[in-house]
Design a protein around this ligand. Structure first.
Ligand SMILES: Nc1ncnc2c1ncn2[C@@H]1O[C@H](COP(=O)(O)OP(=O)(O)OP(=O)(O)O)[C@@H](O)[C@H]1O
Ligand SMILES: [Mg+2]
Length: 250
């Protein structure tokens, strides 16, 4: 049984049109997945719908055998699904340590919260160095590290990560991708990632979903998808941009 099953989901905002028209994907535990597709394909909308920020108009979302469709974001989080949105929302006037503590708000046990903060400080030395610095004074890459570390406070089984490399310099992007790789390889967390830089995203993932017009057009092993002629045809512009970025970072 898949850890997450999205079944024929249709969703949109308010009384607006369907953005997700009919989407079905399966996510197996302990693997990493990348969602790619052109701008406006519905990638972020899919993650928001899984995270409970939008209710499906039709279809079902099953996590660990239970339907989570229509549940509130805090309930989805409590079930073990953590959403890291692309806007890197931190608590700007709190310190790095306080931000991590906030990530443990679902945990009643204060000692456990402190213990997890300490573990995360060990795992992320950069955050440890800056533990008493105000979060708003951190660089973009450090803030991305902080939001991912904060998400780890509840030990999620599934992490939904929307465009973690947005606006970051190539070297920092590599560090962030290193962390994302370690989520699965060292912590056993299942990852569903959206990445604009198609090449990088596919390097970090086992499997890729290709979205267009609110549906999953096709899917496959990440290392094969990258050479799939259908992608070349559909996303030529984006791949060319990604290739250019990669060239520039050499
Ligand atoms: N809050 C919102 N209210 C109304 N429409 C929205 C809202 N957010 C997104 N949309 C619309 O939903 C469609 C899909 O947007 P979405 O953000 O899911 O695409 P995306 O695949 O993540 O694109 P990008 O690569 O640009 O991030 C777009 O047409 C967008 O205008
Ligand atoms: Mg998006």
């Amino acid at each position: 049984m898949a850890l997450l099953e999205v079944r024929n989901v249709r969703a949109g905002y308010g009384s607006g049109p369907d953005i997700l028209t009919d989407i079905s994907i399966d996510v197996e535990e302990g693997r990493s997945y990348c969602i790619i597709g052109p701008n406006g394909a519905g990638k972020s909308t899919l993650l928001k719908t899984i995270a409970g920020l939008l209710s499906p108009r039709d279809g079902d979302i099953v996590f660990d055998g239970q339907s989570i469709a229509g549940r509130r974001p805090d309930q989805v989080l409590a079930a073990g699904v953590c959403f890291v949105p692309q806007d890197r929302t931190i608590f700007p006037e709190m310190t790095v340590r306080e931000n991590l503590v906030m990530g443990g708000f679902l945990l009643r046990d204060k000692k456990l919260v402190e213990q997890r903060v300490d573990e995360l400080m060990d795992r992320f030395p950069r955050l440890a160095e800056r533990s008493s610095q105000l979060a708003q004074t951190m660089s973009g890459g450090e803030q991305q590290m902080l939001v991912m570390a904060r998400a780890l406070m509840i030990r999620p089984r599934l992490m939904l990560i929307d465009e973690p490399s947005l606006g970051l310099a190539p070297q920092i992007t590599s560090q962030i991708f290193g962390i994302i790789r370690s989520l699965t390889s060292e912590m056993g967390i299942t990852v569903l990632l959206i990445e604009q830089n198609v090449k990088k995203g596919l390097e970090v993932a086992d499997w890729a979903f290709v979205l267009d017009l609110g549906t999953c057009r096709f899917e496959g092993p990440a290392d094969e998808i990258v050479d799939d002629p259908r992608i070349r045809d559909l996303y030529l512009g984006q791949l060319a941009d990604a290739a250019k970025d990669t060239e520039e970072t050499k």
